[in-house]
Design a protein around this ligand. Structure first.
Ligand code: MTE
Ligand code: MO
Length: 321
């Protein structure tokens, strides 16, 4: 379904930044003209909403066309089946330990190879997110769900800091605070969690920073207050609870690669033809479908090949996994 949606969109709409920006403005104009400015969630989303309702709502959301007709996975699956090792190791642990994390006050330091290094307050980032709600299909290593994310395009955000010509990569770092993230008291991973993208990947319009889901600010277990979502990459790329962003000349060494470089590469593009050393990556389980979820074939780049394959032209994706 997502796949159809993804391929129905002409690549030019996605890859050409100007066209994409213009399209966004058109959507905005159309919404304003027909009085469709959403004061909160749409009726459809409201009907599907099964959250606790105790998180702050994000106002003035507007749905993007992308993935619009996908049925979101139930809130309970999205918020109770998580990976966030700083909050525990089982899939339910992050939800159970979510209360340790205090996502306010919160700042994000942006520095490195750029002309305008700054420390940004999360409240200011949240002001930027009021124009879009983004539906995305997300495939994590062995399971997948449709998350009605709220977010801001990563590239637009990064451009504010004016990366210079030496900025070839961008590195993201999670909060380090064992009181708020008690999993950091054990040396399971080399804390703090880090991830990186090549600059052109980061600038791609499908990559975004999520500030919320289901019309509310992010639940802690999903990476409050700000996390990365790269829809064509495996789950571990999507770093949670970000406190710093650094532009670098050299490829940053991400956490999972530092931990097991033969199992986790830098690129982490969804690629059913490259098995993880310990499991096949040909199929994944769709959460919320049937009693135990049903299995589906995993598609190259998670179905976004038309939009992102050009980023990797000429690269051997078996070597650069
Ligand atoms: N800081 C941090 N970010 C993280 C992780 C983590 O353990 N710590 N786990 C990653 C992995 S392995 C996955 S699959 C996704 C899960 O995101 P979700 O729980 O919102 O579905 O988060 C990623 N981001
Ligand atoms: Mo993962």
């Amino acid at each position: 379904m997502i796949i159809k949606q993804a391929s129905r969109i002409r690549p030019s709409e996605i890859t050409d930044r100007d066209v994409w920006l213009r399209r966004r403005q058109l959507i905005k104009a159309a919404a304003a003209g027909s009085g469709l400015l959403l004061g909160g969630m749409s009726g459809v989303a409201a009907a599907l909403y099964r959250g606790p309702g105790d998180l702050n709502r994000i106002g003035n959301l507007r749905e993007t066309d992308h993935g619009k007709e996908l049925k979101p996975t139930a809130y309970k699956h999205i918020t109770t089946y998580n990976n966030f090792y700083e909050l525990g190791y089982g899939k339910r642990a992050p939800a159970e330990n979510a209360g340790f994390l205090k996502p306010r006050p919160w700042t994000i330091k942006v520095f490195g190879e750029c002309n305008r290094p700054s420390v940004v307050d999360i409240e200011d980032v949240l002001k930027l997110d009021q124009e879009e709600r983004i539906y995305r299909f997300r495939c994590v290593e062995a399971w997948a769900m449709v998350v009605p994310w709220v977010g801001i395009p990563l590239g637009d955000f990064l451009k504010r800091f004016e990366p210079n010509s030496r900025a070839k990569y961008v590195e993201f770092t999670t909060l380090y605070d064992p009181e708020q993230l008690p999993g950091q008291k054990r040396n399971v991973l080399d804390w703090p969690y880090r991830e990186g993208l090549r600059m052109d990947e980061a600038m791609h319009p499908l990559a975004f920073l999520a500030t919320g889901l289901y019309g509310e600010v992010l639940p802690n277990q999903n990476g409050a207050p700000l996390r990365l979502v790269v829809p064509w990459k495996y789950g571990f790329k999507n770093i949670k609870s970000i406190v710093s962003i650094r532009f670098t000349e050299k490829m940053p060494n991400n956490t999972w690669r530092r931990t097991a470089s033969d199992e986790y590469g830098f690129y982490a593009n969804v690629n059913p033809d490259v098995p993880h050393p310990r499991w096949s990556q040909k199929r994944h389980r769709v959460l919320g479908k049937g009693l135990f979820g049903s299995k589906e074939d995993t598609l190259m780049f998670n179905g976004y090949a038309e939009e992102v394959a050009h980023l990797y032209r000429g690269m051997d994706l078996r070597k650069n996994f």
